[in-house]
Design a protein around this ligand. Structure first.
Ligand code: NAP
Length: 247
């Protein structure tokens, strides 16, 4: 059995999730990650992590499903010889639109993945971490959950909920020294933001003191800190990785 720590990352096939998987592999973790449908991208993440020396398991699972989350956690624990040391709840989606035109389905879809998916994963993995008396949970919020954003009422609600869940679970798990923190990225260059028009991007850049878009690796570095040993006395916190956007 491997002596390395086992990290479980949701939505690891692309974007920020892939950068997190590779960063944690560099930190000497074995990696289990899931994806919803992009199996080719998942293969690429697997390869990149293996190049860093990690054992890797890629699992197709929809985190909007409680049953699929439980099965993902079961497979991850089996791969880790009964342990999950690090959980990163990264998977997330947007369904943007002005509120007056936003459909019920757009609200439901975003809450199902961003809020409920994070809830299901934290519920399942925290039980294991309590038995282990150790563990690190890092949740992906967004500056939008702190500042709000026109056209993203549903997404802002889901990412503010992630912060509330993070702080609540941090209090629940504190006696066992299990830490629960969140990272709130600003504007990061991934497929999620790639669809924006140049005009929309320029408008967003005006609101970023750095006047620059961040890289997935910038977010992965903050996650690695919160998932590592050096952040052992930090819990219930939200670190913005945003070039100053939310100051
Ligand atoms: P992305 O490029 O769109 O990648 C999303 C990842 O999540 C993919 O691996 C995707 O898998 C997976 N995923 C989506 N829905 C899923 C589901 N129901 N079940 C399982 N996996 C699912 O997104 P990103 O930009 O890297 O964002 C990652 C996280 O950071 C999200 O929580 C996002 O809200 C947050 N964030 C991003 C930014 C930004 O500027 N990019 C800013 C703030 C916060 P498939 O490809 O298989 O669908």
């Amino acid at each position: 059995m491997s002596e390395k720590k086992l990290a479980l990352v949701t939505g690891g096939s692309r974007g920020i999730g892939r950068a997190i998987c590779v960063r944690l592999a560099r930190m000497d973790c074995d990696i289990v990650f899931n994806y919803r449908s992009g199996s080719e991208a998942a293969e690429e993440t697997k390869k990149l992590c293996e190049e860093k020396g990690a054992r890797v398991l890629a699992v197709q699972a929809d985190i909007a499903s409680s049953a699929e989350c439980d099965e993902l956690i079961r497979q991850a624990a089996e791969f880790g010889g009964g342990r999950i040391d690090i959980l990163v709840n990264n998977a997330g989606i947007t369904k943007d639109g002005l509120l007056g035109r936003m459909k019920d389905e757009d609200l439901d879809a975003v809450l199902e993945v961003n809020l409920k998916g994070t809830f299901y994963m934290m519920r399942g993995v925290s039980k294991l971490m309590l038995r282990q008396k150790a563990g690190k949970i890092v949740n992906m919020s967004s500056v939008v959950g702190i500042m709000g954003n026109a056209g993203q009422v549903n997404y802002a609600a889901s990412k503010a909920a992630v912060i509330g869940m993070t702080k609540s679970l941090a209090r629940e798990l504190a006696t066992r020294k299990i830490t629960v923190n969140a990272v709130a990225p600003g504007m990061i260059g991934t497929d999620m933001t790639g669809a924006l028009s140049d005009a929309a991007k320029e408008k967003i850049l005006e609101g970023i003191p750095f006047h620059a878009i961040g890289e997935p690796e910038d977010v992965a570095n903050a996650v690695a800190f919160l998932a590592g040993e050096e952040s052992g006395y930090i819990t219930g916190q939200v670190i913005c990785v945003d070039g100053g956007m939310a100051i």
